[in-house]
Design a protein around this ligand. Sequence first.
Ligand code: GTP
Length: 599
Amino acid sequence: MSVHIRNFAIIAHIDHGKSTLADRLLEHTGTVSNREMKEQLLDDLELERQRGITIKARAVVMQFERNGKKYELNLIDTPGHVDFQYEVSRSLACCEGVLLLVDAFQGVEAQTVANAYAAMEHDLKIIPVINKIDLMHARPDEVAEEMMNSLGTDPDECVRVSAKTGEGVDGLVDAIIEHIPPPTGDPKATLQAMVFDSNYDDYRGAITYVRIMQGTVKKGQKIAFLRSGTSHEVVELGRFAPQRQSTDVLAAGQVGYLICNIKSLGDVHIGDTISIPGDKAAEALPGYSRPKRMVYCGLFPSDGQDFSELRDALERLAVNDPSFEFEPETSDALGFGFRCGFLGLLHMEIVQQRLEKESDVDLVQTAPNVTYEIINKRGETITIHKPQDVPDPGDIEEFRQPIVRCNVIVPDDFIGAVMKLCQERRGIQQSQEYLAAGRAMLTYDIPLAEVVYDLHDKIKSATRGYGTLDYEMVGYEAADLCRLDIMVNGNRVDALSVVCNKADADRRGRAVAKTLKKEIERHMFEVAVQAAIGSRVIARETVPAMRKNVTAKCYGGDITRKRKLLQKQKEGKKRMKAIGNVEISQKAFMAVLSDGEQG
Ligand SMILES: Nc1nc2c(ncn2[C@@H]2O[C@H](COP(=O)(O)OP(=O)(O)OP(=O)(O)O)[C@@H](O)[C@H]2O)c(=O)[nH]1
């Protein structure tokens, strides 16, 4: 009996119920029994569970029979957050259709739109699904209309389900079988497989997730990664059901995994094509690009002794997460450390949390910054990953920054508040449209630097949590930028330099100096904090000298008390760095982000 294959993904805004629906589908197709059902089976990373978001794409095969026909449904899970957009795109390239899931109460949100556009770009069949119809305030009819207005889906095609109770899920399985086209591809042709994900197993090494586009791959066979140019032998292959289940072959249309004794995830590139070494007919699939790091920061051990421990911890992390990148960096102020690159702010936060959990190195982190491009007077383009590398103003012909297109979806009461926020962040409005009565989508082009720090939080608080934001990279644009330096007692602190708008530099400089004054503890001597652009000092604050010696109250007698006090002081110094003879705390390194609103 031949098997009918369907490959699909569920795409949704965060919290609209993607993982819950995936669980129900696994249950309804008998892939896992009720007893085995652990809630949100697919989000298996502990951190994902804690944060309730899906970070890495997964794939599960559901095999069952219906009306005497054998089916194999491959569910490819996609990460929902903007930081992982490239992975979403690679996962979609492995599908013929998607379930576009929308919460029956919340309606269409920014990531619904972003994900739907991505599915359209890949020319996929979209099945609109309205979830959470069990909710008391569910408004499925209005949501169906919203989806029609914003995404052009047919309200009559909307499948209504409750992933919680299971209502409508059976009908959804029928819709998947009926409406999503089966994969095409010749199992006898030369092997062509798309790598859409990978993860790391301590015992087996890299596990490569593939969709076979053409041809067949067998156990023991030699394969080649076309982009990276490496060859390996397939020692095991199989599918996730949802645990690893080894098989002997994977053929055109199927989705599964390969294990090839690869020692690091860094050697497996998402988007790469697998084929046969030396085969002239081997052809790479289109659309490969390297994941782009958008945000950088410096990580330094508070105690210089911990440098190699930190390096080991970073290496362990990078083996598991190839989109995270790091290289050694030396700072006059902070000593030896690492410059680390992330896909976005959320990615940065996740990596930091893992580092803190998995090693006991005390870290000092510098303020995050985006990547800039500079054309110097000789006409060369330089890429800048850290502000202290920005050359002197006299050497700069053009200073360019990354711009992103932001879609914000808000109830119309909040349009004014969001516009104000976007304009303050130098946003240029592109469009404004209504998705339905009372809900609008605003589109702005905004410098990434203005978005990454806190725009999302600001929009959330300005819209009482109703506004949602999504963005995609547009490109680099020239801007009037400069490097703002901070000096402590006359010494420039390289790790405190930031890039900011010239028009804003004076205000920023004053704000940063003020915040630093608060963050730097009193010393036995006066500490001068200055902000400067080139050689021009634009702000100065003074931290007055300490009046009393802390040990003075020990009256010189009780040595144990004195020791205790000194010990306590020492502990307080954790996450501190000495700049010259001035101690600066971790918090102070973030002070450069203060924009003057608070300070
Ligand atoms: N009442 C109700 N709640 C639901 C339904 N489906 C999901 N939920 C709840 O909605 C919340 C979010 O569901 P998840 O499945 O974690 O959402 P998700 O889209 O996978 O979220 P991310 O993984 O963060 O993208 C959870 O608290 C679910 O229990 C439903 O049909 N009805």
